[in-house]
Design a protein around this ligand. Structure first.
Ligand SMILES: Cc1ncc(COP(=O)(O)O)c(C=O)c1O
Length: 395
């Protein structure tokens, strides 16, 4: 069958090969320590599930307005005010089927063919491909572990060319856990403002940090006409399967995105909308409990990885990922042959000690592997022992 040319430039998710191999090994009865997951290992809070059950009982099972029910829009407005000190109105927010869909819809609504978008690397795997699908060109800015995997204001300034229209900031970051500090954010915002850039902030991990920072929108208020705030209930409320994300932006963009959404998914699931509204406005203690637990696991991972010779592990500040440089092992030999890349190393770790990780290539960081600590401490301790054993066994 003929497949559209636009798919030629798009790669499937790089986690796919690892996930498929891990699933195959599990089916053979192998005991796999999965450090590849991108979702909290906590359950959705009970009051959120109750809101979904109640929505069903009330017959909230039909189409809703395209950008979401008023109750959800009001919850988003309230959340942005409470957590971020950002003032948006109903007309300036909308819900989509997950943060990913919110980002994709925003990209389609914002970018023309050939528009350049600054993307600091390491980046979340989906940004480049979603940008390419929208006709935009990722303008990748390399960051270093020494700089905490953060793009400086000077780097942003240098990256701006005649076709650059936007920059994407994801803090705390997937895959590095790096989080911009207040002054770093302010400096980036001022450069973006001078350069006339649209700033897209992907705030999906904002609550999973021990050290919250003010939102860019409050640090550089003049950016507001060009600010696009994307967030989701997926990670903060352990609701990845519910598929509710949201955007706050000038009404003009929200109107354009609503037109696009009306011709693609219509509305996000009605029942999940009710659950998301309850998550955003109900008790927030589950978020704090989860964030505290992640902070303790982070300490466990930092200490555990530091004790493994050859791995060089920058300390993350948030989210639930840690991103060691494993390039010291490239050129060594495993039982299946030479380890030349992060993908080879990740496959070796999976096959020989049953530890699933994600190789760094897809994140634009081929020297690294990503480990998720969204797993119990017992699992993490087991994973660290296996990792140490596997790496020590390489010739
Ligand atoms: C940086 C980042 N942004 C957005 C998303 C999308 O999440 P969701 O579509 O579940 O809201 C993810 C998911 O892994 C992510 O890591």
């Amino acid at each position: 069958m003929k497949i559209a040319a636009r798919l030629k430039a798009v790669k499937p998710s790089p986690t796919f090969a690892m996930a498929a191999e891990a699933a195959a090994l599990r089916q053979q009865g192998r005991d796999i320590v999965d450090l590849s997951v991108g979702e909290p290992d906590f359950d959705t809070p009970e009051h959120v599930k109750a809101a979904a059950r109640d929505a069903m009982a009330r017959g909230l099972t039909k189409y809703t307005p395209i950008g979401g029910l008023d109750v959800l829009k009001d919850a988003i407005v309230e959340k942005l005010r409470r957590d971020n000190a950002l003032a948006y109105s109903r007309a300036e927010v909308m819900a989509s089927c997950g943060g990913k869909h919110a980002l994709y819809t925003a990209f389609l609504a914002l970018f023309d063919e050939g528009d350049e978008v600054v993307l600091p690397a390491p980046y979340w795997v989906s940004y480049p491909d979603m940008l390419v699908l929208a006709g935009a060109v990722p303008r990748v800015v390399e960051t270093t572990a020494a700089a905490g995997f953060k793009m400086s204001a000077a780097q942003l300034e240098q990256a701006i060319g005649p076709r650059t229209v936007a920059v994407i900031l994801n803090s705390p970051s997937n895959p590095t856990g790096a989080q911009y500090g207040t002054e770093e954010l302010r400096a980036l915002g001022e450069v973006a403002l001078r350069g006339g850039l649209i700033v897209i902030t992907d705030d999906i991990y904002e609550r999973l940090t021990a050290t919250p920072v003010p939102h860019l929108g409050t640090l550089v208020p003049a950016l507001r006409p060009d600010l696009v705030v994307v967030n989701s209930v997926s990670k903060s409320y352990a609701m990845t399967g519910w598929r509710i994300g949201y955007t706050a932006a000038p009404a003009e963009l929200i109107r354009a995105m609503t037109v696009l959404q009306s011709q693609s998914t219509t509305n996000p699931t009605s029942i999940a909308q009710a659950a998301a509204a309850a998550a955003l406005t109900g008790p927030q203690d589950s978020v704090d409990t989860m964030a505290r637990e992640f902070t303790q696991r982070l300490a466990l991972m930092v200490d555990g990885l530091a004790a493994i010779p050859g791995l060089c592990t920058p300390r993350p500040q948030g989210a639930f990922y840690i991103f060691p440089d494993a390039s010291a092992f490239f050129g060594r030999r495993g039982p299946d042959g030479p380890i030349a890349t992060a993908a080879d190393l990740a496959m070796y770790l999976l096959r020989h000690v049953g530890v699933a990780t994600v190789p760094g290539e897809g994140f634009g960081a081929p020297a690294h592997i990503r480990l998720s600590y969204a797993a119990s401490r017992t699992v993490l301790e087991d994973g660290l022992v296996r990792l140490g054993r596997a790496l020590a066994a390489l010739d």
